[in-house]
Design a protein around this ligand. Sequence first.
Ligand SMILES: [Zn+2]
Length: 562
Amino acid sequence: MIKKEIIERIRNEVDIVDLIGSYLPLKKVGRYYRALCPFHTEKAPSFYVSPERQIYHCFGCGAGGTALTFVMNFEKLSFPEAVKSLANRLGIAIELDKVSITNQPLYDTTEFAANFFTQQLQRSELAQNYLRQRNLKPETIERFRLGYAPGGNRLYGEAKRRNIKEELLLATGLVVKKEAGYYDWFFDRIIFPIFSLSGKIIGFGGRVLDPTQEPKYLNSPETTIFRKGENFYGLFQAKNYLRENKPIVVEGNFDLLSLVDKGILNVVAPLGTALTNEQALILRRYANCAIIAFDGDTSGRAATQRAIEVLLKASVEPLILLLPDGYDPDKYILQYGKEGFLQALGQLYDYIGFITTILPNRTIQEKRAVLDKIIELTALIGDELTQELYLNKIAQTYNLDKTVLRHRLQRKEVKKTETNTTINKLERLLAIIVQEPTYAAIAKAELPLNLIDDAGLVTIAQMIYENVGTDNEFGFAQLIDALPTEDLKAKIASWAFSQETAPKKQEFLLRLKELKANYLYRELLKAKQANQTTEFERITNEYYEVKRQISLMRQITQNRGS
Ligand SMILES: [Zn+2]
């Protein structure tokens, strides 16, 4: 457990605008700061940070929370890990042994496996020969900690000898359980450890040595620490080079290793999947454009088209390296060297050039199909100015009137959905009492927890009530950090942005009583249906008493008003 005081100190010393601003470009808009949301793909920014409240909230996807929540979600850390990371950043001393890092045993297990695989590589002439044929320098093999998984359940055997528990091997996807026992996930494969941004091993990729074996590539299954679509192969090694040089996205692990081996370091590879929205968002942290360098065959070009869409949606400008048919980056750099590859990088296509080049473009019908595709892609661009520049280019390239293009474009653009900011009555009430201790005391007396029938809101109300009458510092930020789930944290963050101003005391009490009356009414109906006569009478009496109080209060308010 981490001491409460440490969390409070972090809350006092961290500035959420500085913190989030170090990850994303924030723009000041009135009282808030705004950015494109890092947690969902969007064209127009709906991610807001409040310096006063030290809270962020996305009106698009509902993500929200404090500095701690942000670090947890952005860096994919557990709560104690996020506390540790922020404490480090602020120079707050924190006793290490008090931090229970929940995923550490999993990382220890993957680290053990990585060491095992590299040892096995040193012992296998066959595997070493294979890598030699790939022309990789020993430094590259070492830097990426390549290894070899032999057959015969050797990893499982070694783990047993070292008393590593089966649950850990299962939880990291290193073994699978079958009826007859436990089996290694990888066998007779070259192993590529996959690193997190902080350099921990989260999973593995494996490539067959025997070309007749299927599948050619196999990744670890998804686990609590490994989600394919949210990581890149090689990102950890490339991250320091992605800001000065545009990120190059390649399809295969060997493409990546080959480029790095020849000194091109700004390369990442999606993990055997098509480029995902999450991966595009990762790229956007480093650059506003990315180079797609996929295979120069039909499937590589189809994958390039999909990647263009994903990047445009995430506001990352795609630049395309079109390799000759039959080449992938690995083969190209082996044949033409680093210089040749850099030369090729000097002739990148934008998506207009790419689509125009790869689709048939001779007849009127073909030209129309090409234009349709290009306009469809242009509609995905969020930034108006960028969109305008591309429209100009399309108009010039195809010698067309821009107004016609714009008209066509507007029809393709998806209407932005209205953000739903309706908060129900009880939520609005709770949002008020988070910041108003005197009102919290009234609510605690008038609206006991058993009158709240939503489990999440009970948890929230309970935490607020617990602080009534104490001199604890309490507000949105404290509540968010204390709540157990992401959903509840995000809910409170949205309240903080609802700008609910506290009503007068009388009005507040009235709303409280109305909620209570609604609740009692539902309860008396239930009692009636269940034929609980005495219970029904008791609740009915209580209900009418509350209704009487409400009408009395209304009269007083009205008399005051007249
Ligand atoms: Zn969002």
